[in-house]
Design a protein around this ligand. Structure first.
Ligand SMILES: [Mn+2]
Length: 344
């Protein structure tokens, strides 16, 4: 796997020459999806381009402080889309954009993909499908966040960054690196942060919005979820879950479960953590997080999911209790074929 696919200069040319843009990101948008989309979009607006933002799912309450977030719509005008450069941020598979992905890809005049996930590289496949080079992209698994790629792109364009644009990008950077704690945090992540602070970002403001502004329902739900903690595989695997009933009892919403999996992973012996989330009865999504040597994608792929080495996920029908059992078995199989002697 190449670490970077595509040419950022080629993307910069398309951006420079475009007049109308439709920006989109993945379903259930997170800090990097929205941060990179709005960060790029606000820079485009400052450069006099016409920009619209589309995301299938709404902006989470916790990210509504992002400048420009009120402009994100859950629908798009097909006439506008057919005359626009479609920029897809923080994902590279149509299913991650949502139900309207194929329509958008058909309609758009040009398609640009900017991402840092492992995956089938939408732009390459689309390029083959369309034959005419309508799609291109830059996907770098080395980049800690899509926001970092946008900073590089704006550098390439020689465009200056407004405080608002930089605030969005900084949010993408700190959320995807877990505030510079995850393994994807490298020197470049700090250099990018430094550039964003130079552009005027109030990092304490952003940190407070992200980490010190949660509703009390979140903590009440966390209390119930932590009671479901079980540790398996000689202390290496921790699992927690949430059920629809726990949401009912606490009044918390799905957004409130953000990063709960981190509590399971933070245990000293744990190398792999799973959070089994049943929000609607019979529909489960699972977040997997690892510390060092466990490849979450390999496990997620057994269930048709994907992601990064240290962070992946999948969706499946079933109840939380059923999926716990199935996952426990798969993880056990995974550990059996892994040589963990000397690690426990
Ligand atoms: Mn990201």
């Amino acid at each position: 796997m190449e670490v970077a696919v595509g040419d950022l200069k080629e993307i910069a040319d398309i951006i420079e020459n475009g007049e109308r843009f439709l920006l989109t990101c993945h379903v259930k948008p997170d800090g990097d999806a929205l941060g990179s989309m709005l960060g790029l979009g606000l820079a485009l607006e400052d450069a006099g381009r016409e920009v619209r933002y589309y995301a299938q799912d709404p902006v989470p309450k916790g990210l509504s402080f992002l400048p420009g977030s009120s402009q994100v719509q859950d629908h798009f005008d097909p006439d506008y889309a057919s005359d626009a450069v479609l920029v897809i941020l923080d994902c590279n598979e149509p299913s991650r954009i949502g139900d309207m992905a194929e329509t958008l890809l058909e309609l758009a005049k040009r398609v640009v993909v900017l991402d840092h996930h492992l995956g089938e590289n939408l732009h390459c496949n689309q390029r083959k499908k369309n034959g005419l080079g309508k799609c291109c992209g830059y996907v770098s698994v080395e980049a800690c966040s899509t926001a970092e790629i946008i900073v590089d792109l704006l550098d390439c364009l020689n465009w200056s960054m407004s405080v608002n644009s930089a605030t969005c990008l900084y949010t993408g950077l700190i959320t995807d690196t877990g505030s510079f704690r995850h393994s994807n945090t490298d020197k470049k992540a700090f250099l990018t942060a430094s550039k964003l602070l130079d552009a005027g970002v109030d990092n304490y403001f952003v940190a407070n919005k992200i980490y010190q502004s949660c509703p009390r329902e979140r903590l009440e739900l966390l209390g119930l979820v932590l009671k479901t903690l079980e540790i398996h595989e000689h202390g290496l695997f921790a699992m927690i879950h949430v059920t629809p009933k726990m949401f009912d009892v606490t009044g918390a919403t799905e957004e409130d479960t953000n990063d709960f999996v981190g509590y399971a992973r933070c245990i000293d012996t744990v190398e792999l953590a799973a959070f089994v989330k049943e929000v609607r009865a019979g529909h489960v999504s699972v977040s997997l997080r690892s510390k060092k040597f466990i490849n979450c994608v390999e496990i997620a792929q057994k269930f048709g999911g994907g992601g990064h080495f240290h962070a992946a996920g999948f969706r499946t029908p079933g109840t939380a209790h059923e999926i716990r059992e199935v996952l426990l078995n798969k993880v056990h199989e995974y550990f059996e074929q892994l040589d963990i002697s000397g690690r426990i």
